[in-house]
Design a protein around this ligand. Structure first.
Ligand code: SAM
Length: 235
């Protein structure tokens, strides 16, 4: 079997600092903004000439956080409740023979930051620090296939989860000015019910935490209700 070596062309700066609670596909949370930072030798203006004419881009990336954990031929998609097994190539699971991911993201703007080029993106499903191997423009005439069959994931996941904020959490979101979309981002992340499947069957109150940007967010789950109890700034 042949093997090939690729260069990382850039790295993603994302609000998602851990895998838990990242949406399972891009485009589900428009407020999830991130930056793809291209460093030399991939930071030439010429390398992105014409890219702003495209609203969306394909990103080819490495599942770097899980790459060392190997793969198996059968996986249990969370979408199927974590019980049914499907072949790895019938899923978008992160544990694959080649740990390569593919996401369509919205291109917001391109700008220079010192010697780097920055592509500002939205709707991302990428962990902070994700290494990017390639960028290609999204071509609606070839890539959008509304008649295609979506197998076990035929439509976007829906949950009936409600989200409320404590007074402290609400005030925290309003007081910080750097991320005006913070409350909406938290709400949408929690609405997708990021808990592992086996925890969704439990009745007792559950306590969770996650980091978005440099904020520590704590919440409780009671039935189909998420309550954001506390938000604090990480040191
Ligand atoms: N859209 C991509 C695809 O289809 O190849 C990713 C799909 S995968 C099911 C999405 C999950 O990958 C996210 O929920 C997150 O937990 C995980 N993820 C995102 N970036 C990652 C990274 N750099 N390393 C490992 N896992 C990552």
């Amino acid at each position: 079997m042949s093997s090939f070596q690729f260069q990382v062309i850039g790295t993603v700066e994302s609000p998602y600092k851990q895998k838990f609670a990242i949406p399972r596909q891009p485009g589900l949370i428009a407020e999830a903004r991130g930056r793809l930072v291209l460093a030399p030798p991939y930071a030439e203006d010429d390398i992105v000439r014409g890219i702003e004419a495209f609203s969306h881009l394909w990103l080819v990336f490495v599942f770097h956080e899980t790459a060392s954990k190997g793969w198996s031929p059968l996986v249990r998609p969370p979408r199927l409740g974590g019980n049914a097994r499907k072949g790895v190539f019938a899923t978008r699971a992160t544990f694959r023979p080649n740990p390569i991911g593919l996401s369509v993201v919205k291109l917001e703007r391109v700008y220079r930051r010192n010697s780097n080029l920055v592509l500002e993106l939205s709707g991302i499903d990428l962990l902070d620090g994700t290494p990017i191997l390639d960028i290609k423009p999204y071509l609606p005439y070839a890539d959008a296939l509304p008649e295609a069959a979506g197998g076990f994931a035929d439509s976007a996941p829906q949950t009936g989860m409600a989200v409320t904020f404590s007074e402290q959490a609400n005030a925290f979101c309003l007081a910080q000015k750097k991320h005006p979309e913070l409350a909406l981002l938290i709400e949408k992340v929690l609405k997708q019910d990021p808990r592992p499947s086996y925890k969704k069957q439990r009745d007792a109150e559950q306590h969770y935490g996650m980091t978005l940007y440099h904020f520590n967010i704590k919440w409780t789950v009671n039935g189909d209700h998420n309550h954001v109890t506390e938000i604090s700034q990480l040191p």
